[in-house]
Write a protein that binds this ligand. Structure first.
Ligand code: ZN
Length: 185
């Protein structure tokens, strides 16, 4: 029985991540970001994906000291899950975090200095910043909701498409600065 539940959950997680991927590929919309939450046993996985513009104001390779500083600052914030997420019903502690800023730091075509510094070229290509977290929760059964401060940390984010899945339920919610809580029940 337990194995069945496990397979089902894996299937569900795969579907959710496919949906999230398809959405983010189809619609790279400035102002919109995506959060995917998956609750299993004692662990909560949270994935965050956003156009880089929402977090740092640009999407080309960071070149100037100011741009590099903006990237660094966003990275520091994204590496602070304690600052970004709070939980109601039980307590959860971040045990893993990964931040991917390669979209604005390792863009190969930008590695070589262009002779004409046309910004138009850079602006035509979009890039994303992603982060993922794994939390260990005292009692996932009692986790009622997850609130995020992403809107406060990154005021360019206008809305967040939040998709969540637990062992028994799934759902999605559109979050706004004045509505920053994902209800899991
Ligand atoms: Zn973009």
């Amino acid at each position: 029985m337990k194995t069945t539940v496990c397979y089902w959950l894996i299937f569900l997680l795969l579907s959710v991540s496919t949906i999230a991927k398809t959405q983010s590929q189809e619609a790279h919309i400035h102002g919109l970001a995506t959060l995917t939450l998956a609750l299993e046993n004692k662990a909560l996985e949270i994935q965050f994906e956003s156009p880089a513009a929402n977090l740092i104001g640009f999407e080309h390779q960071a070149n100037s000291p100011e741009e590099k500083q903006a990237v660094k600052q966003a990275e520091v914030i994204l590496k602070s899950p304690k600052l970004l997420f709070s939980f109601a019903g039980t307590s959860c502690k971040a045990i893993e975090k990964t931040v991917d800023i390669s979209g604005v730091t390792d863009r190969e075509h930008d590695q070589h200095k262009h002779h004409n510094h046309s910004k138009d070229h850079d602006d035509s290509s979009h890039s994303e910043i992603a982060a993922s977290y794994r939390f260990s929760c005292k009692n996932t059964q009692e986790l009622n909701s997850v609130a995020t401060t992403l809107f406060n940390q990154f005021p360019r984010i206008e809305k967040i498409n939040a998709i969540w899945v637990t062992e028994t339920r799934q759902g999605s919610e559109l979050l706004f600065p004045n509505r920053n809580t994902i209800s899991l029940r």
